[in-house]
Design a protein around this ligand. Structure first.
Ligand code: GMT
Length: 378
């Protein structure tokens, strides 16, 4: 198949999933065209069946807001015609599903049929999409897609609760390329980051308020009062300054290492013991899955789709949003006993195996095939 993929090219989970999906589909013989405003961060290799087409939005002083949807839908029309793209998979409803629908309509005028698969990722539904300013357009573009997927059962339920949806929603969970996390776990160069007796706690996110990064610091503060520990903080975002100040005020700056954005999270996760994800909302929690694939136990909130990924008392523990005392108690329960820590780490890896890309990517392929054959009948 010749497949177009539209996504956000940044460090967000939806862009990561879209990129990994495209790369795996290309290995399975499909021709992939990424269409977005920057080269996706995890798209390191452009091979003969992986292509990247940049959407340009020329600045014009008359416009207060530059019309990205317009530029994207025009680019989609051009690329579909030029490369005979058979199906378009858009990740994140806003504004991708809307722009895709406009492209589909323009192409229809020329007798070209373009089926659209929309994947809902989380904040496009729970935070941004359900805002009254966007809701009618989001509802419309979900209902007009030829197929819709959500990354967890919880996100599907939220979508049906928040919008008036007439389309079927298929749950296709996020996935992971386990080969990337197949270290032998003894060559992690842990000694560079911490002393032998120190436990390594990690958090990765885009440091937006929804991630509750202040809770990460509170939980770490509670842990390091009881046992020697270091915190690895990966990511950039609006809360960064606030958490640096929080660490300074608590007197723990020397125990926290800020990495900024990183393309080497597998190396950091390799020497981590515990991953913290206390989010306010989280449709899936891809970062937790990446940690689990690296044999890292997870302390998280119990919101959204996280319970579909992190299993209570097995791969880690889940607490109510904001209940940092419970998170500290659970973290210490795991960390204070070496045997228990090793069991949780092994369980985390075991749980991650359920999300192996070899099991999940074929689900997208069958959705493409079904959608294409349904559209041919129409
Ligand atoms: O919040 C983020 O981490 C970014 C955001 C995105 O759309 O890029 O993540 C959402 O999609 C990820 C991939 O499907 C999910 O793993 C995240 O749980 C989800 N974030 C939220 O729901 C807050």
């Amino acid at each position: 198949m010749t497949i177009g993929i539209v996504c956000y090219p940044t460090f967000g989970g939806s862009g990561v999933v879209a990129t990994e999906l495209g790369l795996e589909l290309s290995k399975r013989g499909h021709e992939i065209h990424f269409i977005t405003y920057n080269q996706p961060v995890r798209l390191e290799l452009v091979s003969n069946n992986v292509h990247y087409h940049e959407v340009n939005v020329p600045e014009y002083p008359l416009f207060h807001y530059q019309p990205y949807e317009l530029a994207l839908s025009s680019k989609l029309v051009d690329m579909v015609k030029l490369h005979s793209i058979e199906i378009l998979h858009v990740h994140y409803a806003i504004p991708h599903a809307y722009a895709a629908y406009m492209a589909k309509k323009m192409l229809q005028e020329e007798g070209i049929h373009l089926p659209i698969v929309t994947t809902l990722h989380g904040t496009d539904i729970t935070l941004v999409g359900s805002h009254p300013f966007y809701k009618p357009a989001v509802t419309f573009s979900i209902n007009k897609s030829d197929a819709v997927t959500a990354v967890s059962q919880s996100l599907k339920d939220d979508t049906l609760r928040l919008f008036n949806i007439t389309n079927e929603i298929n749950v296709v969970p996020n996935f992971i390329d386990l080969d990337k996390y197949n270290h032998n776990f003894t060559d992690c160069q842990r000694g560079i980051m911490a002393k032998d007796n120190e436990k390594i706690i990690t958090h990765i996110s885009n440091l937006r308020p929804v991630k509750r990064v202040q809770d990460v610091i509170k939980v770490f503060y509670g842990i390091q009062k009881e046992i020697p520990a270091k915190l690895m903080f990966i990511g950039e975002g609006p809360e960064k300054e606030a958490i640096e100040n929080q660490c300074r005020d608590l007197g723990i700056l020397d125990k926290v290492i800020f990495f900024g954005k990183s393309n080497e999270i597998d190396k950091i996760l390799c020497f981590s013991d515990l991953f913290l994800l206390p989010s306010q909302t989280e449709s899936f929690g891809l970062a937790a899955l990446e940690a689990m694939a690296s044999k890292v136990a997870v302390i998280s909130s119990n919101t959204g789709g996280i319970p579909e990924v992190n299993i209570q008392g097995y791969s880690g523990f889940l607490s109510n949003v904001g209940d940092t005392d419970d998170m500290i108690k659970n973290a210490l329960h795991i960390l204070k006993d070496e045997k228990r820590l090793e069991d949780f780490k092994a369980n985390a890896r075991n749980q991650a195996l359920k999300f192996d890309l070899h099991a999940i990517v074929p689900q997208y392929e069958s959705i493409y095939e079904d959608t294409l054959s349904k559209c041919l009948v129409l």
